[in-house]
Ligand binder design. Structure first.
Ligand SMILES: *[C@@H]1O[C@H](CO)[C@@H](O)[C@H](O)[C@H]1NC(C)=O
Ligand SMILES: *[C@@H]1O[C@H](CO)[C@@H](O)[C@H](O)[C@H]1NC(C)=O
Length: 578
C-alpha cells in the first residue's frame, strides 16, 4: 500500500516536472452556444467531485452496425441469429494500444478508473473540478437552468493530449447540458374527472372498444384497442425491464390497487422485481410513490400479462440524463441474460447534449439490439418543441429518439368515437427529425413519402435528412393509474412506451413458445413486413414553436409514426419472418 502510494506520488511529481505534461493538447469537443433557458453563473468550485466517464475508441463500430442490421432485417440469412456478449465485444473492445494509451494518461494524472462495460471500452472515475480542468484543459462552470433553478456543471470545451485524441470517443460529463425540468405526467385524481366512467372490466380481443374508454383509458381499453390478449404469457425466460430515474419510485401497494380494480383476472400479489444502480433505491412509503414509475410498472405488469417485469431504479450519483442512460444501458448490457424488451419514459432535447455522447449511447443501443433486446423510449411531450420546452424558433428533436437504433413511441388519444379508427394524434406527441443522425436505412421511403406530402410546410425549421421519429404510437391520454394511494388519470408519451413495449413482449412470448427467437432491434421489421399491420393515424398534429407542427397523414408521419398496433396482425407478421 505504502509503496503503491509512493509510486503514484512520484509519478505525479515526474508528470509535473516532465515536459510531456505540458505537451500539445487538442480540443476534443466544444459547443458554441449555451442552450436557451440556461444562464452562466461563474466557475465551478474547484473541490466539487465529478463522477466521470471516458469512452474509448472501439475496434470496429461500423462492424457492429452491420452485424446489428443483419440480425434485425427479416430475410437476411442471419436474421434473429443474435450475437453473444463476446461476439459484440470483438467490435466494441478498444485495441490494446488504445487501452494502454488511455490507462497511461489516467495513471499520469493519478486517476484510478474502473471499467463498467463488458468490453472495457467505458471507464468510470471520480475526480475534482480542479483536476478535471487541469487534465482536460477544461473550464467547468455553473449554469443555472432558469425554469427549475437547478445547477449544471458544464465546460464549453475540453481537450486531450493530441496523441490521445484517436483513442477516445468522449469524456462525460463535459459539454452536455441537462434540463432538470423533467416532470412526470400530471396526475388528475379520478374523482375530479367528469363524467365519471365505471371500470370497463375485461373485454375479449375482438370486442369493440367500450364507450368508457373515450374518457378513461384502462388496460381493458388497451386490450380492446389493439386486440391484446389477456391470457398470460407462458415463457418465464421472456422478460421486460422498466427504467426509472430521478427518485421516481415504483410503489407495490399502488400496483396491487391497480390490478385489483383493473386487472382482477391477474393473480393478486403479482409484482415487479427490483434492480438498482448508481445509488438507486425504491422507497415503498406511499407518499414517495412516483407517478412516472407507477405508470410504467402498472402498464407493463397490467398489459404484458404474465411477463416477468423488472424495475431498474437508477440513482442520483449520476446527475445528468445522458450519463444516466449510458450507465443504465451498460448495466443492462452487462447482464448475462438481458431482458428482451426495455422501456424508458425519459428523454431530453438533442441540441443540449454532446453529439459524441449521443453517439455513444446510440452505440450502446446497437449492442443491446445485436444481442436480441428491443429498446423503447417515449418520444417526448412537447410536440415539435422538444421534450417539454416551448421556447423555440426551430423544431427541437428529442433524444434518444433521434438515434435510429431504438424504437421511439409517440402518443395518440381517443377521438371521441368507439368504432372505426378511434384514435387521433395527441397534440403533445413529440416527433420530427434528428440533427445528429441521418434518416434510418429502414425508413428512407417512409420519410420521403411524408416529406413529399408535407411540401414546403415548416421549411427551414427541421432537418430533412435527419432520422425521423417516432416510429410507432400508442394511446397516451387520459390513462388511468393508481399513485400514492389515489386513482387518477395521466397523459404523455410516457404511457405509450410501456404499452407498446408490453405488446412486443407478449409477441416475443408467443414466438418463444414456438421455439423462435425474440424480435430484437425492431425497426427494419416494423417499417418492412409489419408496416401494413398498423392502424394508420391520419388526423391531428403536434404543434410547437408557434407552428401547427407536423400533421398526421396517411403512412408514416413524425407525430404517430407508422400508427398504432394490431396484436394479431403484428404477431402474424412476426411469425411469418421468424
Ligand atoms: C376477467 O376475465 C377473467 C378470465 O380471463 C375472469 O376470471 C374474470 O371474472 C373476468 N373479470 C370481469 C370483471 O369480467
Ligand atoms: C442535418 O442532419 C444531418 C444528418 O443527416 C447532419 O449531418 C447535419 O449536420 C444536420 N444539419 C444541421 C444544421 O444540424
Amino acid at each position: 500500500m505504502v509503496a503503491t502510494g509512493f509510486f503514484l506520488l512520484s509519478l505525479f511529481a515526474v508528470a509535473l516536472g516532465n515536459p510531456l505534461a505540458r505537451r500539445a493538447m487538442t480540443v476534443h469537443e466544444s459547443r458554441s452556444d449555451v442552450p436557451v433557458g440556461f444562464v452562466k453563473q461563474g466557475p465551478a468550485a474547484p473541490d466539487t467531485v465529478l463522477d466521470m466517464r471516458i469512452a474509448l475508441t472501439q475496434t470496429d463500430p461500423e462492424g457492429l452496425t452491420d452485424a446489428l442490421m443483419a440480425v434485425s432485417t427479416p430475410g437476411n440469412a442471419l436474421y434473429q441469429k443474435f450475437l453473444t456478449q463476446d461476439e459484440v465485444a470483438k467490435f466494441t473492445a478498444p485495441t490494446k494500444e488504445t487501452a494502454d494509451a488511455v490507462s497511461a494518461f489516467l495513471k499520469e494524472n493519478g486517476i484510478t478508473a474502473q471499467s463498467i462495460s463488458p468490453a472495457g471500452d467505458f471507464l468510470a472515475f471520480q475526480t475534482t473540478v480542479a483536476k478535471a480542468n487541469e487534465m482536460f484543459a477544461a473550464d467547468f462552470s455553473v449554469f443555472q437552468e432558469q425554469d427549475s433553478g437547478k445547477l449544471n456543471l458544464v465546460t464549453m470545451e475540453y481537450s486531450l493530449p493530441s496523441a490521445l485524441t484517436q483513442h477516445v470517443q468522449f469524456v462525460h460529463p463535459t459539454i452536455s447540458f441537462t434540463r432538470n425540468t423533467f416532470t412526470p405526467p400530471a396526475f388528475k385524481p379520478l374523482k375530479d374527472v367528469q363524467p365519471l366512467a365505471s371500470h370497463p372490466g375485461n373485454v375479449s380481443s375482438d370486442a369493440s372498444v367500450p364507450a368508457s374508454c373515450v374518457n378513461v383509458v384502462t388496460p381493458a381499453c388497451v386490450q380492446a384497442l389493439y386486440g391484446v390478449p389477456a391470457t398470460p404469457a407462458t415463457q418465464s425466460s421472456n422478460k421486460i425491464s422498466v427504467a426509472g430515474f430521478i427518485d421516481q419510485f415504483a410503489n407495490n401497494a399502488d400496483l396491487q390497487s391497480f390490478l385489483k380494480a383493473l386487472r382482477p383476472d391477474i393473480k393478486a400479489g403479482t409484482t415487479f422485481a427490483l434492480q438498482t444502480l448508481d445509488g438507486g433505491t425504491n422507497s415503498q412509503t406511499l407518499s414517495d410513490a412516483g407517478v412516472e414509475a407507477d405508470l410504467d410498472t402498472q402498464y407493463t405488469v397490467g398489459v404484458a400479462t404474465g411477463v416477468p417485469v423488472t424495475f431498474v431504479s437508477c440513482g442520483n450519483n449520476i446527475k445528468d440524463s445522458v450519463g444516466g442512460f449510458m450507465d443504465w444501458s451498460q448495466f443492462i448490457n452487462s447482464q448475462a441474460s438481458p431482458p428482451q424488451v426495455v422501456t424508458t419514459s425519459y428523454g431530453e432535447n438533442e441540441n443540449e447534449i454532446s453529439r459524441a455522447a449521443a453517439n455513444g449511447l446510440c452505440n450502446l443501443f446497437q449492442q443491446l439490439g445485436a444481442k436480441g433486446t428491443s429498446v423503447f423510449y417515449s418520444s417526448g411531450d412537447g410536440g415539435v418543441g422538444g421534450s417539454q420546452s416551448t421556447r423555440c424558433t426551430t423544431f427541437l428533436a428529442t433524444f434518444p429518439s433521434g438515434c435510429p437504433f431504438m424504437t421511439s413511441v409517440g402518443a395518440t388519444q381517443m377521438n371521441g368515437q368507439t368504432s372505426g379508427v378511434v384514435e387521433t394524434a395527441a397534440s403533445f406527441s413529440s416527433g420530427g427529425f434528428s440533427n445528429f443522425f441521418g434518416t434510418g436505412s429502414f425508413q428512407t421511403s417512409a420519410v420521403s413519402g411524408f416529406l413529399s406530402k408535407l411540401g414546403n410546410t415548416n421549411s427551414g425549421k427541421f432537418n430533412r435528412t435527419g432520422r425521423g421519429f417516432p416510429d410507432v404510437a400508442a394511446i397516451g391520454n387520459d390513462v388511468e393509474i393508481f399513485s400514492g394511494g389515489e386513482e387518477g388519470l395521466v397523459a404523455g408519451t410516457s404511457c405509450s412506451s410501456p404499452i407498446f413495449a408490453s405488446i412486443i413482449s407478449l409477441i416475443n412470448d408467443r414466438l418463444a413458445a414456438q421455439g423462435k427467437g425474440p424480435l430484437g432491434f425492431l425497426n427494419p421489421f416494423l417499417y418492412g413486413v409489419a408496416a401494413s399491420t398498423f392502424t394508420d393515424i391520419t388526423t391531428g398534429d403536434n404543434p410547437g414553436c408557434n407552428t401547427n407542427g407536423f400533421p398526421a397523414v396517411a403512412g408514416w408521419d413524425p407525430v404517430t409514426g407508422l400508427g398504432t398496433p394490431n396484436f394479431a396482425a403484428l404477431l402474424a407478421a412476426a411469425e411469418s419472418v421468424s
